[in-house]
Ligand binder design. Sequence first.
Ligand SMILES: [Zn+2]
Length: 414
Amino acid sequence: MEGFHKACSFSITTGKGRGRGALSDLRRRNAAGLLNHLRLCGPCTRPELARAGALDAKTVTNLMNILLKQRMVVSGGLAGSSGGRPAERIALNPDGAYAVGVDLGATRLRTALVDLTGGVRALADNKLKSPNDSGKILKQIASDIRATISNADLRSRRRIVGIGFASPGFLDREAGTVLDAVHIPGWKNVPVVEHLRRVFGRRVIMEEASRAMALGELWFGLGREEKNFVCLDIGFGIGVGIVSNGRLHYGVSETGGEIGHTTVKRNGLRCRCGKRGCLETVASGEAIGRLAKRSSTAAVAKAARSGDRNAKRIIHEAGTYLGIAAANLINLLNPGLLVLNGGLCRMGELLLEPFTKSLNRHAMSRSLSAAKIEQSALGDRAGAMGAATLALRPCFEYETAISIPRSGATHSGQ
Ligand SMILES: [Zn+2]
């Protein structure tokens, strides 16, 4: 393949005449570019890497020697040859670095231990036990992180580079605090980043849940091949992660993407956000359960499948409104891909059939024909994988590519 993968933000500068500091910057930048290329394109030979980054053979060999020594890359077997000696391929080392990703939802807490290539080494998926008590939530998070780390078969725990934390609601990412999450009553003004840093002594990075889910898709899912996409998260609440030109969209006060609180019914039911007629009042998992007077969306789906007309109608209505929301996103943003994810996907055709009909009815055909509509292949793991990506990402960024992991070129088992 000629040139770095289209999703690489890497670019080469010559660095000539900039002195030793600049050379070292350049080296890190090049190392980051090569690691990203391996991440996106899979194993490559040294000449392929040199061509992709417009680097000379000696530079690539030197960088690969450093990265091999750091165990960030490993031999990836031999490339098929066309006559000459077969060339060695280089691949990312899955054991080069690990990260923990925590995805806190309104009803579930999912924790994943993810390796450098996006492989999930261990996963905990538990009911959120005490949504009314932030102290108990923090305890459950810490306990699930410990369990996930101890269940994962790792070469060295010292290579866990950090913890990514995904939370719904409004966050102060700079302070590392969750300000408010309407679906988790006790989750207000919680300095979660500081807490986890103190408990685990690792770098902790926080992101809003739907954005984290989109980040998971961007790095390890359907978004790898598409720089402009939206990830519609339909669960207990409804959110969207918007990726524009390979970057997450935030808005000026980081409250963008609240699709669940766009108005779909004038003078409709009161929403948890305080306004009326929001999408979440008619189409969220919480609304479906409440309107059908059932304990869960699974119970509503079961009733609908056994012929309960009221349950069927409520799901049909929800699917129709979700289709309108998806059409609005497509009309507004013109994405190349809409990824559907979240617990409501488990309703299958009951929900997806009215969703698709409504989407086709309301989206402009020119925009709709440009957008692939797909269900996430990452499924329930997308949020936790996205959260882990927050912590893995620095390994691929030029500021740090060549100095991570800081410790532990050893395989001592700790
Ligand atoms: Zn609302």
